[in-house]
Design a protein around this ligand. Structure first.
Ligand SMILES: Cc1cc2nc3c(=O)[nH]c(=O)nc-3n(C[C@H](O)[C@H](O)[C@H](O)COP(=O)(O)OP(=O)(O)OC[C@H]3O[C@@H](n4cnc5c(N)ncnc54)[C@H](O)[C@@H]3O)c2cc1C
Length: 406
């Protein structure tokens, strides 16, 4: 947002300040590849300052509280920042303490996550020592960042274990709180087929109650049990505690946000972007990028005293790594679930939607470069706008007739 607004706002009239607590910025999609030794630290970390444009003030500080009634932000140091307009972009983080026993004796010994840099690094070490057994991939509850990442982990694990000669010695199990492999029905059918083909057992409707460190098993509320030798879990994802301390969030600390204008539902001069919102779009970097384009326009409208435009359609675009040098690509929004087709050029591609291809895999790998050089720098992506296009998509008739839901 700083990179967008820097180009559009009169800096004689407005002062832009970015506050962030950490000096490092992580390319989180790269955490998926770290456990398999495909990416290392240098592929996923860069200094945050590198991306702050000139003319924008950058404060490395923790926000303790947002006082929306008085238009001010209190930093942990005690310093108070007054604002006319606030953009909340505090993201989502894992909260393993939300599950009983998750942080017990097995944590980072037999129980790992790959949603943090530390977790992905520790899991890489554990996989280097893996000799076979029951490897369970598990999601605690929805929503999570990049909801396809655990499936990608399962597919990559199948491939990686085969390369290491360990696939026949490893039972792979995918445990989800959903009733199917994924949230969107057509896509779910395709991904369920892939799981079956790769001999990955699926346990659905599993709502975790606790981790039993003694007997190395996860136990659901309705007393189903799944034993593990190695558990790769995605802990509950929550908004930052500052949202709770400030009384601005829902029960998971996500900020109630208008899904189309991206303004906070409670405060006229607060806007929300990325994983911090409660909008029913995917929590993904691509979504934050599309949101930023809409939000920039709406912030300029707000500054001019004009009505906001409901311009965000929930557009998400994500690759699903499926192993063996192949990947899927999904392109969808609030009203249209992922369907087959070609992207971004109708009939030409080069990417195929909801279909495995090698070019999609190269796209997934290129996404890292795109992230550092295009998304963070707020450079428009040629041919890929914030509004999802239906051109090039093979939309089943029943979906064509479906009404807009958000
Ligand atoms: C394993 C994994 C794989 C993924 N794969 C993909 C993918 O393939 N494609 C894709 O598009 N997306 C993917 N994502 C999701 C993507 O990384 C996130 O959606 C994206 O980073 C969200 O950006 P954000 O700016 O909203 O939040 P973040 O990037 O998390 O940034 C939040 C910032 O707020 C700061 N902050 C929070 N609270 C405070 C506070 N109190 N005081 C000061 N600073 C604070 C944090 O320090 C942080 O810098 C993946 C994520 C994971 C974990």
């Amino acid at each position: 947002m700083a990179n967008h607004l820097r180009k559009k706002v009169d800096l004689g009239e407005w002062k832009i300040t970015v506050v962030d607590q950490y000096s490092k910025h992580y390319y989180q999609p790269g955490f998926l590849f770290m456990p398999f030794g495909l990416y290392t630290e240098q592929d996923v970390v860069k200094p945050k300052r590198k991306f702050i444009p000139s003319g924008v003030e950058y404060l490395e500080a923790q926000v303790d509280r947002i006082d929306a009634a008085n238009n001010q932000v209190a930093l942990a140091s005690g310093e108070i920042l007054k604002y006319d307009l606030l953009i909340i972009a505090t993201g989502a983080k894992t909260a393993p303490s939300q599950t009983e026993g998750m942080l017990g004796r097995d944590w980072r010994k037999r129980v790992f996550d790959f949603y943090t840099f530390e977790g992905a690094s520790a899991l890489a070490q554990a996989l280097r020592e893996w000799k076979g057994g029951k490897l369970v991939i598990h999601i605690c509850e929805m929503p999570i960042k990049c909801p396809v990442a655990p499936l990608e982990f399962a597919f990559l694990a199948d491939w990686w274990l085969a390369q290491k000669g360990l696939r026949e010695k490893t039972e792979l199990v995918y445990v989800t709180p959903l009733s199917d492999a994924f949230t969107k029905p057509i896509c779910s059918n395709v991904l369920s087929y892939m799981l079956k083909e790769k001999r990955i057992q699926v346990v659905t409707d599993f709502n975790i109650g606790s981790v039993d460190n003694e007997n190395h098993k996860i136990v659901s509320w309705d007393e189903k049990e799944v034993p593990y030798d190695l558990l790769v879990t995605v802990p509950t994802n929550m908004g930052d505690p500052v949202i709770e301390r400030s009384g601005l969030g829902d029960e998971l600390n996500f900020v109630p946000t208008d899904p189309n204008t991206l303004r906070s539902k409670a405060h006229e001069n607060i806007f929300v972007i990325g994983d911090a919102t409660d909008v029913p779009a995917s929590k993904a970097g691509s979504v934050a990028h599309f949101e930023a384009e809409v939000l920039t326009k709406n912030i300029l409208r707000h500054m001019r005293g004009e009505p906001l435009e409901p311009g965000f359609d929930g557009h998400a675009n994500c690759f699903i790594e499926s192993g063996y040098g192949k990947a899927f690509l999904l392109d969808f929004n609030y009203n249209l679930q992922p369907v087959q087709g070609s992207f971004p050029l109708p009939g030409i591609g080069p990417f195929s939607l909801l279909k495995e291809s090698r070019i999609n895999h190269w796209g997934k790998l290129a996404f890292r470069w795109v992230y550092w050089n295009v998304l963070l720098k707020a450079v428009p992506m040629p041919g890929i706008g914030h509004t999802m296009t239906r051109v090039g998509k093979r939309i089943p008739t029943e979906l064509l007739q479906a009404k807009a839901t958000v």
